[in-house]
Design a protein around this ligand. Sequence first.
Ligand SMILES: *Cc1c(COP(=O)(O)O)cnc(C)c1O
Length: 370
Amino acid sequence: MTGPRYTPLVSALPATVPFVGPEAQERDRGEPFAARLGANENIFGPSPRAVAAMAKAAAEVWKYGDSESHDLRHALAAQHGVRPGNILVGEGIDGLLGCLVRLIVGPGDAVITSLGAYPTFNYHVAGFGGTLHTVPYRGDHEDPEALFAKACETGAKLVYLANPDNPMGSWHGGRTISPLLDRLPEGCLLVLDEAYVECAPEGTAWPGRADDPRVIRLRTFSKAYGLAGARIGYGIGHADLIAAFNKVRNHFGVNRIAQEGALAALKDHAYLTEVLERIAAARSRIAAIATANGLEPLPSAANFVAIDCGRGGAFARAVLEVLSAQGVFVRMPFAEPQNRCIRVSCGPDAALDAFAAALPVALAAARAAG
Ligand SMILES: *Cc1c(COP(=O)(O)O)cnc(C)c1O
């Protein structure tokens, strides 16, 4: 019997996934994690108003969502001072990245990212046959100058830059990016992933015009707004680019419950402010736990802290595995030299207490083994 006849592209793809989720890891270990600090979720949770709006929407879930996400797009446009035509709502940044790559990248087209940056983007590039070129981080920062130079060298159609960065938590002032855009090759689009920008210092968001054809900005409700499981995010870009998504996007992919939750979350400014304070306090506590154990926490503008374990990738991996064995789920960067770190998401004291208790045990075990 012959199987389905996959495309040559799919036949050639590796069977890897960008992330093995915590649920899959829990099934493997046979018990749940006590502290879920690995996926950069917002463990403080969403606004109670968002929860109430979603509970109400649940009874109406027999209806498809609004395929144009009209109300949310208009609210986002008002918040950002742009036109609704500059905003696209999609199934999280991950979903938007897939659509964007499908729009722009064909087999063999060059795409640029940083070595060890957000892997889901790379996964989509591979899935549409693009050729990924990477440049190293510089001092644990993504390096826009090097990214843009590589784009010139390769004639790239897309360049990916996350600001703040995941997995290191480093960031650039938004203003520093604008003059560098002149160095992008003609017709090259910058994908500016601002998944964590709400958590970042004032001035981190790129201040440029939504109608600049060289940039699409991506935002999400998964991180600061605490709606990761609802799968909703948005893009801000030139109206023509936003309209082009209508040719390929999954028009009913954003669900009604998420649309209502995101709208309510967006309006609850007081809750966002409170959560951002709690995130900042958790960053300080994670840094203090690291320091108390003789490790170096990296400065972070995101809802996690990368901790330099000081001895390279194999050691950090060993620390992570003993943390995991103690029920503390964290992740670590994929590439050298960033993989000398573990990455710990912000969360309430109970979760960080579990991390604080498990870390010395993990370090002792990793040192004994190494
Ligand atoms: C978490 C994360 C995302 C995913 O966002 P979703 O909207 O949940 O798909 C995108 N980019 C970066 C850099 C992230 O860390």
